[in-house]
Design a protein around this ligand. Structure first.
Ligand code: PLP
Length: 459
């Protein structure tokens, strides 16, 4: 068991050497030290349980420590550590077969990598090889595709992109959900690809109008522009369909998958490409097969985890479960918006990908802390700077109706508390956020009632 002194040491080390802002937020939220996790619950060393509705923004789709995935991981670990280039490993063939069985028709070539950003780069390389005469890339305002420099070059979030400019991509940023804007951008045939999240994730969480993706796909086909669907947050049933492009019956040329794919055990990512894209890339005068490959061996454990995760999603029909439980969550959040209009602006969501659009970042932080203090963990937008950030709820698709009701009851309590606070509190928290949490520890402690001394704060 970790005592208060040990907890203090852990937080001090994290605050000094890892991430001062995150350590401050976690300490202020009264975050306990984790011991283990199962299903929707994360247990602390002191025995308290937290309902995890953040799920690492979609990673824990089949729940924490899913037994089927855990068994596949353990069994593979005992036999093989990696699938080095040149090795023939049956589990890779199984993964290909499984992906073919669930992906939209036509996506039949797979490049495996270790992170979403890495396979986003694979997609970008494929796009440039397949469309060598076009340099422009269309992305949506607010979109996110990863943090490597090439992935950053595609970001619709200027605060992450600008410090590193000039980045490689000739970017056209269009408003999300506006098919006419995409049509105008691709009309002259100079755009190599449109990169889109089928539901815009992150603090912007936005569900596009029905038909949006279909219109974009039609315009892409008409102009020879490639459509890349980033399903890293939405894939494997999160939105109530196996993939979110299915809501509009769209077949993208390239699809990006990661996060939920391995049940949270080992990161792995897949760039799924239409054979026609690979054929076009192969006609590039400088073509070589290694141009689309990622470096190094892929973990056999990760591939086995992916296989077991897909079995779990498929056999338990988790997309249908997201479609069934989703309205309970989104309608509950919408009711909270109606009851607390001072602090909330909306409840975007589809399936079990839902959120609360808050009046400002201070409200988002206070609601997330209020929920944490009541044993519910939600997805806070620490890194994004937008005026009305969405606090996210990405529960495991294995969660229960009782989990959702419990979270909604905790939310009501947290919002009722917030409604009673003076405006001065929101102003103080806004100041704290502007200074990236570097406020005098005494003030932070008063605000949070945390037993942790924030000795990493400048003072
Ligand atoms: N694309 C989307 C939509 C994401 O949400 C993320 C990660 O949050 C990425 C790409 C990047 O994935 P990774 O963090 O594994 O590089």
């Amino acid at each position: 068991m970790t005592g208060t002194d040990d907890r203090q040491q852990i937080f001090s080390a994290l605050g000094r050497h890892w991430n001062p802002g995150a350590a401050t937020m976690l300490a202020a939220a009264g975050r306990a030290v984790e011991s283990h996790a199962t299903g929707s619950q994360v247990y602390a060393e002191d025995g308290t349980a937290t309902l995890d509705l953040a799920g690492s923004y979609g990673v824990f789709l089949v729940g924490h420590g899913n037994p089927r995935v855990a068994a596949a991981v353990t069994e593979t670990l005992a036999r093989a550590s990696a699938v080095p280039p040149g090795a023939v490993h049956p589990v890779t063939a199984t993964l290909c077969r499984y992906l073919l069985g669930i992906l939209p028709t036509g996506l039949d070539r797979f490049v495996l990598g270790s992170s979403g950003a890495e396979i986003c780069e694979v997609a970008l390389r494929a796009v440039h090889l397949a469309r060598p005469d076009r340099r422009r890339i269309v992305v949506a305002d607010g979109s996110y595709h990863g943090k490597t420099l090439a992935a950053l070059s595609l970001l619709g979030q200027r605060n992450h992109r600008d410090p590193f400019e000039p980045l490689g991509s000739d970017l056209v940023v269009v408003p999300y959900g506006d098919a006419a804007a995409v049509r105008a951008a691709v009309a002259d045939g100079s755009v190599a690809a449109v990169f889109l999240e089928p539901v815009l994730g992150g603090a912007h969480l936005t569900v596009p109008p029905p038909g949006y993706l279909r219109e974009v796909a039609q315009d892409c086909v008409a102009t020879g522009t490639l459509l890349v669907a980033d399903e890293i947050q939405t894939g494997f049933g999160r939105t109530g369909q196996m993939f979110a492009v299915r809501h509009d019956d769209v077949r993208p040329d390239i699809m990006l998958l990661s996060k939920a794919l391995t049940g949270g055990f080992v990161p792995v990512a897949v760039c799924a490409l239409a054979g026609s894209v690979v054929d076009a890339a192969e006609r590039h005068p400088r073509w070589h097969p290694s141009l689309l490959a990622t470096g190094g061996p892929i973990s056999a454990v990760a591939i086995a985890a992916a296989v077991a995760t897909i079995e779990e999603v498929r056999d338990r029909d988790l997309p249908a479960r997201a479609a069934e439980l989703g309205p309970r969550l989104t309608e509950g959040l919408a009711a909270a918006v109606r009851r607390h209009p001072k602090h909330l602006r909306g409840a975007p969501g589809i399936g079990l990908m839902a959120g609360l659009r808050t009046a400002n970042p201070a409200v988002e932080l206070m609601v997330s802390i209020g929920l944490a203090q009541r044993g519910v963990h939600t997805g806070h937008s620490l890194n994004e700077q937008i005026s009305e950030p969405v606090l996210r709820f990405y529960p495991p698709l294995t969660c229960t109706a009782t989990d959702i009701d419990h979270a909604l009851a905790a939310l009501e309590e947290a919002l009722t508390w917030l409604d009673r606070q003076p405006r001065a509190l929101t102003r103080a928290v806004s100041a704290l956020l502007r200074r990236q949490y570097r406020l005098p520890p005494a003030l932070l402690l008063r605000l949070s009632k945390s037993p942790i001394r924030m000795d990493w704060q400048a003072g």
